[in-house]
Design a protein around this ligand. Sequence first.
Ligand code: PMP
Length: 410
Amino acid sequence: MSPAPPRPGKDLRRHFPIFRHAREPFHFLDNAATGQICDEAAQALLHFETRARANVKRGVYRLADQATAAFDAARASMARYLGETEKNNVVFTSGATAALNIAAHGLARRLGPGDEILLTTLEHHSNIVPWQLTAERQGAVIKAIPVTDEGRLDLDHLDRLVTNETRIIATTHVSNVTGAVTDLGRLRRAADAVGAVLVVDGAQRAPHGPIDIAATGADLYAFSAHKMFAATGAGVLWGKTELLADFEPLLGGGEMIRQVTFEKTTFAPPPHRFEAGTPPIGAVLAMAAAADWLATLDWRAIAEHELGLTARLLDGLQTLPGLRIVGPSGLQGRFGVVSFDIDDIHAHDICQLTDQLEGVALRGGHHCCQPLMHRFATDATARASLAPYNDTDDIDALIRGLDQTIRMLT
Ligand code: PMP
């Protein structure tokens, strides 16, 4: 019988080297920017780099063969994390940003002048700018679904926004600012009504446990390893077989070709077509190790734990004078990402002081979501974002730090 999974909170924290090495109180609440690396991922990375290192897909000696086999197994692990049986639908990238750029480049040939790409006001710049680059080249038009005062997608306008010209709907699965979860079912139906492709940025969903990719309704799905407790430098673009097969590669180079002559190059089939050059092998193996480990955790218990912490956080924030939550004030349909501002105290001052006073790592800024900041008439918010290793001590330190900050600066 396999041992019971670690309990969320302090028990789980023991599986993360950074917390074992911390010499002073360290309350890490910037998980939406990057998660801390877990033991399994750190060990996989170190093992590859120090004991098993060889390039993949090309060598014929045993070490290279073993590296290639490990790389293939990592693809199968990531397919399993997505509940998918076809591992060749998993493209390894350097992260969510690269994945979305491959998607936007690949879908360009479906776009002509006047065709429409529907985004949302919640999007991270990495799910806006690649579409703008493609739209400019193809003469396509960008539109955006608005958000409500609670920082959720306002889908009342969907019928008006989706037209016969809509070719692509690209949305985040979970907002990195408000924590709101997108109603992907609604967007899938809207896309189906006009034959559009649904692209989902899963960067903030991937750290919250295995994903049933079929249930998301996505045609293409992107995420980064570093947010799911693995190393920096790797990520995934998952795509439906027929879509990926139709995509032109974004990068050309070694290991993505079938044949090269000076007259013409033919490309390897997906996923290799999108993996030019030496991939981030160690980071990919670490991502797979993290995914395999994450799949063993009790996600029902983690979700309950994080919801409890989110409730404690929202309650605590609501006692502080001058504080405005930018996003849902309730617990329904959200993850533990909470943004806020406090009167005219700058978000950077909030972050610096809570760090100095209580050892709390918060994020302050526009979170690469300037259109959303504009919607809420601000240029920056402070943000606390939770992971399974957070516990009540982190939330209480944050509230204490904010209380002191407000006293000092107002
Ligand atoms: N999308 C969302 C929603 C994100 O939060 C982030 C990271 N902040 C990204 C995309 C980009 O991820 P990366 O920088 O790892 O490519």
